[in-house]
Design a protein around this ligand. Structure first.
Ligand code: MSP
Length: 497
């Protein structure tokens, strides 16, 4: 680890810092949370595959009114409550094979201290002042809402009831940063991603910014506001700073990962990450993250997912019934990253039976059956690598286009199946058969490298059958085949619907 830090300082490795939102621990995670975390996991794994030094952060958002209420309902203290619920997240990420490097909790002492340090900097800068907040508040979203923003008297984001709030508060001068924000967006075209969501943010900022309330007097479950301990810090202010405190900012070794390469978030919290967070960083004089990627929302069979509708999908149930890599594949393939999507088991089954069983599963099974039967040395000349464009896949992944990156990988899988059929490989003998098997095994080896970030367990299964070790992306060229094949069972089971 130490030598790595040394090389990191020298800039030998490319550093890649990726984060998920930190999730509220009021309830167990559902498929929406699993989606964000899995997509971030895919990018983290992809960058590791490319040889980058990755720091992948996830965690939990544990303060605020919502949690305070949930604990009260169970008749336990908020601390006991969060210590219990956080396990549902850490257990879930273990089950889903999420390769995070750090799990942050906003009740960690280090985080609390960092938040206090940060807020003092803003206070000393003159960006925090005392006043009164009069308006509305959505407890489930932990969001202040103005009269104008209400939609038929309800929260404009989640449509739920809001409550009237009137309390003394400290404000942050968000309005002061309007011009600087607009200039920043203009100069850093990669910051607001995907492009389809950037206009909405820019137009709202152009319309003008109100100063925001950053402390509460009616909520006890929060970090004490260091300037006036009658107040606790507003949960969103506390939460955003996790991206820095996780790096032991300002003094720890890990701070070399700042600025983050990307904050992956759901579209409903884009505003907090692309307007409020940058303004806080401007005020503190800290460099901004390079990108915020706001993905779309999953509905379930056409309906919004919610606890009250009772239609929230449990990722563990999907894993149990269909398999983990099957779920990961579905996340990537069902929708371009950034768009809204609908989760339906029918669609999931169609993808498993079509693309996983028929395309990838069959390719591996047929090739390995023939290769195991073949009694001779497998060697030949590359011919099945003609349309494989690894550079294109790399570019697509850099652009967060997992959907088309997977499509490119799949075209190699389809081309390989076509090769078997057109050449009628099962009829070949001697050198011709050796050459065909060489091409198919090399194609599968390269495909396996490329699918590793998306379907790590499947990649591992194929590697065992091919008799090869895990390899990095630079090995995606056909070379000599040097494994010992050992056919296993089918990679995926067909689902009867
Ligand atoms: N605690 C805040 C985030 C603070 S980040 C500094 C929060 N937490 S949350 O538990 O409500 O999680 C919200 C995130 O969960 C969304 O941004 C999104 O990433 C994910 N999703 C929750 N429901 C979702 C869907 N139905 N579909 C896709 N993702 C959604 O907000």
């Amino acid at each position: 680890m130490y030598y790595k830090r040394f090389y990191l300082r020298l800039g030998v490795f490319i550093r890649y810092y990726i984060t998920t939102p930190i999730y509220y621990v009021n309830d167990k995670p559902h498929i929406g949370h699993a989606y964000t975390t899995t997509m971030a996991d895919i990018f983290a794994r992809w960058h590791r595959l490319c040889g980058d030094e990755v720091f992948f952060l996830t965690g939990t958002d544990e303060h605020g009114e919502k949690i305070e209420k949930a604990a009260l309902k169970e008749g336990i203290t908020p601390k006991i409550f969060v210590d219990k619920v956080v396990l549902k997240f850490t257990d879930m990420w273990k089950e889903l094979d999420i390769s995070y490097d750090k799990f942050i909790r906003t009740t960690d002492i280090v985080h609390e201290e960092t938040v206090k340090k940060f807020i003092k900097m803003l206070y000393e800068k003159g960006d925090i002042y005392k006043g009164n907040y009069e308006g509305w508040y959505c407890v489930p979203d932990e969001t202040f809402i103005t009269e104008l923003q209400l939609v038929e008297g309800k929260c404009p984001v989640c449509g739920r009831e809001v409550k009237k709030v009137s309390e003394e508060t400290y404000f942050f001068r968000l309005s002061k940063y309007q011009k600087q924000l607009l200039e920043f967006y203009e100069k850093n075209q990669e910051f607001l991603m995907p492009k389809t969501r950037s206009a909405e943010i820019i137009n709202r900022v152009k319309d003008g910014l109100n100063d925001i309330s950053i402390t509460r007097t009616t909520v006890k479950w929060g970090i004490p506001f260091p300037i006036d301990e009658k107040h606790t810090i507003y949960v969103w202010f506390d939460a955003l700073i996790n991206y820095l405190s996780a790096l032991d900012w300002p003094d720890g070794d890990l701070k070399i990962f700042w600025p983050a390469n990307v904050h992956v978030v759901g579209k409903e919290i884009n505003w907090f990450h692309t307007v409020i967070w940058p303004a806080l960083l401007f005020s503190a004089g800290i460099e901004l993250p390079k990108m915020v990627f706001a993905h779309g929302w999953w509905t379930v069979e056409g309906k919004k997912m919610s606890k009250s509708l009772g239609n929230a999908i449990d990722p563990l149930d999907i894993k149990k019934r269909y398999g983990l890599d099957q779920m990961r594949y579905f996340f990537v393939r069902e929708v371009p990253f950034g768009d809204d999507a609908d989760f339906s088991e029918k669609a999931l089954i169609a993808r498993i039976n079509g693309e996983l069983v028929n395309d990838l599963g069959n390719l591996v099974f047929r090739t390995l059956t023939l290769a195991e039967r073949f009694d001779g040395i497998i060697k030949g000349t590359p011919e099945l690598d003609k349309h494989l464009d690894v550079e294109k896949i790399k570019t697509l992944m850099r652009n967060f286009d997992t959907f088309n990156a997977m499509d490119e990988i799949w075209s190699q899988i389809r081309a390989s199946n076509k090769y078997i059929n057109e050449k009628e490989v099962w009829k070949l003998k001697g050198e011709e058969l050796s050459n065909a098997l060489y091409n198919l095994l090399e194609s599968i080896r390269v495909i396996t490298i490329l699918i590793t970030p998306f379907m790590p367990k499947t990649a591992e299964k194929i590697r065992i059958q091919l008799g090869v070790d895990a390899q990095k992306i630079d090995k995606c060229k056909f070379s000599e085949y040097s494994g010992t094949v050992k056919k296993g069972g089918h990679l995926f089971e067909k689902i009867n619907s």
